[in-house]
Design a protein around this ligand. Sequence first.
Ligand code: FE2
Length: 305
Amino acid sequence: MIKVADLAWVRFTAPDLDEMERFLLEFGMVRAERTDEALYMRGSDPDAWIHETRLGEPGFAGLAFDVDSESDLEAATQIDGASAIELVTEPGGGRRVRMTDPDGVPVELVHGRAPAESIPMQSTLPLNVQGATPRVGARQVVPKGPAQVKRLGHVVVVSGDFATTSAWYEANLGFLRSDEMVLGDPDNVVLVFFRCDRGSRPADHHTFLCVGVGEPGFEHAAFEVHDIDAVMAGHDHLKGAGRDHLMGIGRHFLGGQVFDYWKDPWGHTVEHFTDGDLFDDSHKPERHEPQVVLGTHWGSAARES
Ligand SMILES: [Fe+2]
């Protein structure tokens, strides 16, 4: 069975690449490549790119996952409706298999991308927290400007056929369930937090979230930043740039991340997060009521628009 290792990228379409690039720079990404038709943006981790915008009507255009081996790619060609193995001609190259999920969302599985050089993370000095005092004799300095994005962390999609779609991801991509949401009846699961099965290596609490309530389609994509100061300073930067804030700052109950949600210029939701929970393959899923799933330890969970 294929077990995807992580998210690779997300694809969008939009009618103005200049405007998307301005927003994503303010959001904390860096340009990887720009052509007449497409904009590729990256974070500071070595992934060659994590966000593509292609010229077109605004919309979500799909997501990709990394797999650990060429044999996983070969196995992926056996999934119903999958393509043959193809070369990726975009930054970093690699090989891929294309397919669509039961809702028609384009999904790619990718292997063999060439790593880009990491970009050094700007950081605060060590924090005097939890009883430790590593910072003595120095004033704290928080870097001003965008929250430097490290990597793509998770994607959330609302399915028009939740049972079929969640089963498709579980069966074909080898996801484990981290947590589930039930509605009304304790057996009526309508939302699943999926994480990658990396065996004893820890994985994010959720890499893909499949939702069975709401308007079908893309819900949000989340990008990890360095620390809580980066979330806070990045919030000030986006606010100062007049960008459209949606929700936060807060800390989720499920997943544990400190979060801050924004809208891109065409209304796609993108999230900054940091300090999320990590689990290996021993964690067993639990079922929760909506107030737990939507709840926070602190901070706002209410949407501002
Ligand atoms: Fe999220």
